[in-house]
Ligand binder design. Sequence first.
Ligand code: PMP
Length: 334
Amino acid sequence: MSEAVPAAAQVEAQCFFEGRYVPFAEARVGVMTHALNYGTACFEGVRAYWNEAHGQLYVVKLEAHVERLRRSCRFMRIELAPTAAELAEIVVQVLRRSRYQEDVYIRPLAYKSGELIGVRLHDVADALCVFAAPMGNYVETGGIRCGVSSWRRVEDNMIPPGAKITGGYVNSALAKTEAVENGYDEAIMLTAAGYVSEGSAENVFLVVDGRLVTPTPAEHLLVGVTRSAVIELARQELGMEVVERQVGRSELYNADELFLCGTGAQISPVVSVDRRPVGDGAVGPISERLQHLYFQAVRGEAPRYASWVRPVYDSPRRRQAPAGATPALAGATP
Ligand code: PMP
């Protein structure tokens, strides 16, 4: 689990804030900001992967994330000034200007920026910021232990989980902390009706009799960009049948394999649920295969999935030699 990025690590970073690119430290909001008080903001989580051999940083599924942000904003009555293409360009600019040469996580955040008291969505000013921070694994990818949460998933007619609304993430935070304090790595939440919904920030997949099974969007979940990517890989690369249907709690215990997926979590195999081993309690072969295929695609190493990634730099970047070091010269004699 990665921690908050220390401010020192971000001194060089640029973010997009109030229509300009500014150093990270200059992007600050006031205490009366509506979104801070009432959770009235929408966000996205996007990843970019550094490929050392290519000297390139690849942003994953940028258009899909931008599109989802636009939908979330429409729902929250947040006016986004930039078009979809401009938003995508802002993300690329933030990365380029920060000169990242490592795996990073990008956070576009559209928020009610008005500084006023009053719980509502109408007649409150909006703003957009985009920042990024280095990020390794959000949860372990070598086999995690999950617990079914005592917190039920918020429903579509409460705070729609299908829109990434900051306030709705209190539900996820309650579940995550409960899970960690109970000795698990991650929570799996059920709907009020008792069916499997999703993890605190991940979609859930089961392998049952050689088929991939995942809850339908009607189960009050966020339809993940990674979820769609996994479905595509399973069908195209493994020739698997993928079934979207209602999933009962006990199916989690009886599945042959289980994994979570999301931009942050990537593909994270689950080896136990409520201390009951999944399958034989080790990472299953299908989860492992999908994880491998996913990492190849997002690092820009799978030509078939080249459309999933957008290169940030116009030409390959090479790491600067550390100060004082002598660059190796081909054919040079010592
Ligand atoms: N569900 C929730 C609640 C999430 O926060 C996320 C992370 N965005 C996901 C699922 C996975 O979505 P994606 O694959 O688009 O990151």
